[in-house]
Write a protein that binds this ligand. Structure first.
Ligand SMILES: [Zn+2]
Length: 66
């Protein structure tokens, strides 16, 4: 709820919830991964965040495939 809103791009993408193509707010967020603190203390990974304008369904997808 208190997420800082970065500049989002409006794109038409497929929404699994709506089961149709709908306008989405697409933004890139750097999220700190604190779960694995072995070598790198905190690694910030870029995530692609898309939120459906119709149903509000939010999905995050990690951009780096490790
Ligand atoms: Zn939707």
């Amino acid at each position: 709820m208190s997420k800082s809103q970065s500049a989002a791009t409006e794109l038409t993408e497929y929404c699994e919830n709506c089961e149709t193509h709908s306008p989405h707010a697409v933004s890139i967020e750097l999220r700190t991964e604190s779960t694995k603190q072995t070598n790198r203390a905190f690694s910030r990974e870029p995530y692609r965040v898309t939120q459906c304008r119709v149903c509000g369904d939010e999905r995050t997808q990690r951009m780096n495939n490790a």
